[in-house]
Design a protein around this ligand. Structure first.
Ligand SMILES: [Zn+2]
Length: 283
């Protein structure tokens, strides 16, 4: 399987060079996280973790996206169970877990929460790119002098626009690139990952999430970009997002997760946060 994908990415970049990237950290949300302990602390804000729940999947969205009960439960848990102190969703908390581990193991930083670690003096030297807001985790990052924060379509005109397919950043600029539930909207995942690789320093890392459910279904391409720049819809268009809606280009399940397998093939590394025990320990 890897050979197949490696063949697919020939020409994207020098694989030997790519292998020199020391670390890729994945934070992938999926089901089966187990019960959260009342003694746990929120990895974003550090407060005792008390969750409040609210359903986030409307009937209209479930119908338009063809979500079954498993997908609805997945999104309600992932996006709807939030820390009462900082509002961090499970997705943001998982990103924070990965960030904490990366900071501790590779940058020599201390801190039991993203707020404390990213507020430390040691974090001031970090060069980070946050491509689209990482939800409540953004608050922990926004004070960093080395952060470049962008949105694809910023509502706030002071926020720069960035496109994962064509980043404006210099090569080798960042220690870390963060993006969350963005790849599934990108029509060319390999090119996006190539761009991320380009802007990372040697030894840099990327932390990201994608929506992926272990349901036995195959990953599907819902839309592609034609050479003339026009969108070709391979399935009825589906949109999701926060305050703004984005066309879903690729939809993933973990059994055949094309996005993940493409990532693995490009970097030839095992995802370190694929399995849940580490995440569960933090939560
Ligand atoms: Zn919190």
């Amino acid at each position: 399987m890897f050979a197949f994908f490696l063949k697919k990415i020939e020409g994207l970049s020098d694989r030997k060079t790519v292998k020199k990237i020391a670390e890729i950290v994945f934070s992938v949300a999926h089901l089966g996280l187990g019960k959260m302990s009342g003694k746990s602390r929120c990895p974003v804000c550090g407060a005792r973790l008390v969750l409040i729940s609210r359903p986030v999947v409307s009937k209209e969205l479930a119908s338009a996206s063809n979500y079954d009960d498993k997908w609805i439960a997945f999104f309600n848990q992932r996006e709807g169970e939030i820390c009462i102190s900082c509002g961090a969703s499970l997705r943001a908390r998982q990103l924070a877990c990965a960030l904490l581990r990366w900071g501790s193991e590779t940058q020599g930083l201390d801190g039991a929460s993203a707020f404390s670690m990213m507020g430390s003096d040691g974090a001031k030297r970090l060069r980070l790119a946050e491509v689209n807001s990482c939800g409540a985790l953004h608050k922990a990052l926004e004070g960093l002098p080395g952060l470049k924060f962008s949105e694809y379509e910023p509502e706030d005109s002071s926020v720069p626009h960035e496109d994962l397919l064509n980043l404006s950043y210099a090569s080798g600029e960042f220690d870390m690139v963060l993006h969350s539930d963005t790849l599934e909207h990108v029509p060319d995942i390999k090119r996006a990952l190539g761009e991320i690789h380009r802007v990372l320093k040697p030894g840099g890392a990327t932390i990201f999430t994608i929506p992926a459910v272990r349901d036995g279904r195959k990953t599907v391409a819902r839309a592609t970009l034609k050479n003339d720049g026009e969108i070709e819809h391979l399935m009825p268009p589906v949109y999701h997002g926060g305050s703004y809606q984005r066309l879903v280009s690729t939809w993933s399940s973990t059994n055949s997760g094309t996005i993940l397998k493409t990532c693995l093939a490009i970097w030839d590394l095992r995802p370190r946060f694929w399995s849940t025990p580490q995440i569960r320990a933090h939560l």
